[in-house]
Design a protein around this ligand. Sequence first.
Ligand SMILES: [Fe+2]
Length: 197
Amino acid sequence: MFKLKILGIASFYNNASSSLLVDGKVIAAAEEERFNRIKQGKKYNFPISLTDLPFNSISYCLEEGGISIDDVDIVAYGFDPAKKISACLNDKETLQDDGQAFFVNLFNYAIPSLEQPRISYYLKKRLNGKKEPAIEFIDHHVSHAASSYLLSGFAESLVFVNDGSGEEDCISTFIANDNEMIKLFSVPRKHFQESIR
Ligand SMILES: [Fe+2]
């Protein structure tokens, strides 16, 4: 009988980690820091390169599930690089107010985002796969909201995400039920940046 196997990966910012779900059940989940002993799994809290993928954690999850990377049906990556690139390039307000911040954003976030579609290639290469796994880029705040709601046990819930940064937003609110998750409102990312200046 077919069983849907999803490998979840988070690594764009900090807390590099992964998880394995089989038919919606969490089989394994682990933070990379438990293996490499680097706090939050990465030396830097912003994306530098794809070698920062949490390969130790991924290998652990696959091992726990008794499968290889070729058995994975979908890799769900909790960040949408295309959305991030477009948010950085279209951030005219930051460009006008603070040119330096605009270019820091561009180099720290938009340029590494361009490499994200190559994640499948790196997974195949490092995990000795025969093919590149299918990958789905999930909106960062939808990922946060789904991970809380789906494990909450509630049939319906209001979900509040208060984050450092998603692709475009720092705060999002959703209404969630068994069938769907609808975004009610969000606060643009620049308000988080303003609050820490
Ligand atoms: Fe986040």
